[in-house]
Design a protein around this ligand. Sequence first.
Ligand code: PSU
Ligand code: MN
Length: 305
Amino acid sequence: MNTILVVAPDVRAALDLGKPVVALESTIISHGFPYPANVECALTAEATAREEGAVPATIALIGGRIHVGLDRDRIEHLATAPGIPKVSRRDFATLVAQGSDGATTVAATMMVAAMAGIRVFATGGIGGVHRGAEASFDISADLEELARTDVAVVCAGAKSVLDLGLTLEYLETHGVPVLGYATDEFPAFYTRTSGFGVDARLDSAAAIAAVLRTRRELGITGGVVVANPIPREYELSHAEIDGVIETALAEATAKGVRGKEVTPFLLGRIHALTGGRSETANKELVYNNVRLAARIAGALSEGTR
Ligand code: PSU
Ligand code: MN
């Protein structure tokens, strides 16, 4: 294990001292954005965590070793090398055993964060129950991981390429709380609203940290979704994004896209169809999530000193 899990020295030092650490994923780098937006997003996300007093730990597989904290060269590699595999729980051991690289999804990043002792993770959007899942059975492994792994995931909700109602039902069944940060509504990634509620509204990072601490005291395991709406100034309108999503979904169906290719395909088409606006929105919501995650990690770390 020690030789497979490579924890960067600054991440190791922060964890040992009980200082705030925020985990970041890498599927967003290899499959979520085109180059060079992916490098910019990854580096700015890390800088944002530091500005807020937390150490960023970007997680990925490099040559079969699980890295917790990446240097710039490795981020560039994940952003530019062709065919980096997308790693979820299912793929993890196979890719490690083969000495492969891999970009970790929310599910795989949660697994690694838990192995390393990191409690808070920031991303853009989580995977969920896809529209038409009653026929395709396409339900993201992110939801199963949230059911089992003790990490809080700060996100801007989920894209409406998914069936958000079914996604929330699934989380409820598996006992995963959806906490709204300063919102009563579950946000839909590009938009602040979705028409669906959250389980509880909490208006400060300290209040969210208190819930995480209480879960631990009570021995309640599993993940927590912290839903943080995109900042108003970067929000897209439902009118602008809904049509694009319908087009992307229709193209995926027409092309017969299946399995782990579905989400990257849809993300790529949305970016291509909306150009710079959705890319800016996507980057900014990530930074906004990193800021909140760093504050939650900070509040947790104050509670333990
Ligand atoms: N949703 C987004 N952006 C993303 C992803 C999802 O808006 O980058 C990525 C995350 O890494 C997430 C993964 O964990 O896609 C989910 O893939 P799937 O639906 O195949 O489980
Ligand atoms: Mn899927």
